[in-house]
Design a binder for this molecule. Sequence first.
Ligand code: AMP
Length: 345
Amino acid sequence: MLIGIDLGTTNSLVACFRNGKAEIIPNRLGENLTPSVVSVDSKGTVYVGRSAKERAMLHPLESASVFKRSMGTDREYVLGGWKLRAEELSSLVLRSLKEDAESYLGQPVTDAIISVPAYFNDLQRKATKRAGELAGLNVVRIINEPTAAAIAHGMMEQKDSRYLVFDLGGGTFDVSILELYNPIMEVHAIAGDNFIGGEDFTDVLYNLFLESAGIAPENLDLKTRSEIRKNAENCKCAFSHSNEVMMCCAVNGQMHILRLSFEEYERACAPLLDRLRKPIERSLRDAGVSLNEIDQIVLVGGATRSPVVRKFVAKLFGRIPSFGINPDEAVAIGAALQCGMKSRD
Ligand code: AMP
């Protein structure tokens, strides 16, 4: 059986092509997103996904995340006395996804198509392939993430067209301009910022809370800090269905409350939105196209669920982007559609 995998910086997903359609495969906890986090205790017990993410709060030195950034390098992560490189950590995530797919599908999974960022060089692509092999998978193809997202949004069914893929994940921002001259799809230009993502939008709330409570961040212990951050993350996501949020956290036995309207939050995010604009302008310049020559804007990455980001995109492009598919599932769906195409050769 062939599966499609979106091996993400923050979260990973697995999907397959069955009964004529792409299908996301839930993990053992019934969730579609598996955090790309690994934790290893001193006895060598390995935790992957949500359990590793939770363990990381209390055992940060035994846990690793965002290791996708170090793919193809010799950097070693030391977790509880165990030394692991990024591709080995990635292979643990891939193995966990493979096992989840096998138990969901009730059959062995042998082959995979894995997505990588369009800017990944040869070393990073080879490291991704090796990670798959270490996980017991035959990697039949590496696919570019924006290409997978565009496929999920039906680009292959169009006549010649031009898409802009706006991918804002947890910690990275990538813009790609794709051109389809049927049946060839080409990544025409890529630009990005490796140091901006959804986490920065969480930091805005975290900092507003500390400011309003008059607390200096250096006076917080690790546990309180991660509790406030978790709360900030929940409130950030709550803006998707509410115009006002309330953040309540106890610090040193005293309860602090921050009430914030969407407009106030949006204003505080202005410097971040400004940073998103630059790679967009660069990619258009590099591709030699103007905004009105783009046929469709595809949103990818969990952080594009944010109404602050959606409003910004709609205003910048003067139109509503394509919302048909969950932004955090588009790449996996595209990889699964590619599995379907591959099986039918
Ligand atoms: P990804 O790396 O694509 O899984 O994106 C993860 C990022 O998306 C994290 O920073 C999440 O906080 C963010 N995210 C997920 N859902 C929402 C939401 N409803 N509103 C704002 N940000 C979100």
